[in-house]
Design a protein. Structure first.
Lengths: 65, 272
């Protein structure tokens, strides 16, 4: 499937959002996933299939005030 | 180093900062931005005796999959991460950021900050109010960063915020307690802890905030860009403690001259 991940084009064979998270090199416990503008709860990632055109945001903590 | 041990041994002496029913053993909150490296930051957090440190959200960077700065904070015992909503320009964005942050850390605490204008970074009171109302109803322990406005502070308390965080002066400006008189009004009327957030440059300003009855201060730039951040953090910790102790001891009222020594005229010649 063809996706936009964090603003960049991405073609992947990942079967689920959870697989995509791992494919991107992220620690699943350390990222939150927003799919098409909606937060996808951690527990639903493994069952969430990817569709062409999905916009995926992977977010994490950074330092800040 | 002795300084660090003294402050963190018993930082609040049975007088904890209570936020949303949870007690924290320090009245100095530390922001984690602008530090040169992780080691300096961790030593500063330790020297501050901080129990709450703020973190921000950003996109995951696949070129740097392990954030070298946040992980050491997670590993610090007794330190709670408080996510902020920095970057949000509207209530809807802040609500979304808060929910993302809760997913990441499981904490109900969130510092709502919505400052759409990058030139002055002043919080948007209308969007902030809307976001706080939504998030408090959703079970968050909401701590809004706000202009020093007593009316807004009260309204936010009424919608269930566990604290209000008025600014002393603009973020990162080091202009101190420019809002002093307004902070005084907020403190006088608030039933939730008032935490001065932003603008503090020196420990004496932090002490002044605590002396007037603010419950805590949040400091970032003043520590992070100091020549010796851990030493500055320790200095802030002492000042916060001194300010709180002075507040509890009860400051005298400002008035007219009043002699502290007897004015009997024992040096004058007795009248004939």
């Amino acid at each position: 499937v063809r996706l936009i991940v964090n603003g960049e084009f991405c073609e992947t064979a990942a079967a689920s959002v959870e697989d995509l998270v791992r494919e991107q090199g992220a620690d699943p416990a350390r990222v939150a996933v927003v799919r098409n503008g909606e937060l996808l709860p951690r527990g639903e990632r493994a069952a969430a299939a990817l569709r062409d055109g999905d916009r995926i945001e992977l977010l994490t903590f950074a330092t800040g005030g | 180093l002795q300084l660090e041990a003294d402050v963190s041994a018993s930082p609040t002496d049975g007088d904890p900062l209570v936020l949303g029913g949870q007690a924290f053993d320090s009245r100095l909150l530390l922001g984690t931005g602008k530090f040169a490296d992780a080691d300096t930051m961790v030593r500063a957090v330790r020297a501050a005796g901080a129990r709450i440190v703020t973190v921000a959200l950003r996109r995951f960077d696949r070129d740097r999959p392990r954030d070298s700065l946040v992980e050491p904070l997670r590993a610090m015992p007794g330190v709670t991460l408080m996510p902020n909503t920095s970057g949000a320009r509207t209530a809807a964005e802040a609500v979304r950021a808060a929910r993302i942050a809760r997913e990441l850390c499981g904490s109900r605490f969130v510092k709502v900050e919505i400052h759409p204008n990058p030139r002055h970074l002043m919080p948007d009171p209308i969007e902030t109010y809307e976001a706080c109302r939504t998030l408090a109803a959703d079970g968050f322990a909401v701590m809004p960063y706000i202009p020093a406005d007593p009316v807004l502070a009260k309204r936010l308390e009424e919608v269930g915020c566990v604290s209000v965080m008025p600014l002393g002066s603009a973020i990162g400006s080091g202009q101190g307690l420019a809002t002093y008189e307004l902070l005084r009004l907020i403190v006088r009327d608030s039933r939730v802890p008032v935490i001065v957030d932003a603008g503090l440059r020196s420990p004496s300003q932090a002490a002044a905030a605590l002396e007037m009855g603010c419950a805590a201060v949040l400091v970032n730039t003043a520590v992070a860009v100091a020549a010796d951040p851990p030493a500055m953090a320790a200095a802030f910790a002492l000042a916060v403690r001194a300010g709180r102790d002075a507040f509890r001891a009860g400051l005298m009222t400002v008035g007219e001259a009043s002699a502290t020594s007897p004015l009997t005229a024992f040096l004058a010649e007795p009248p004939p």
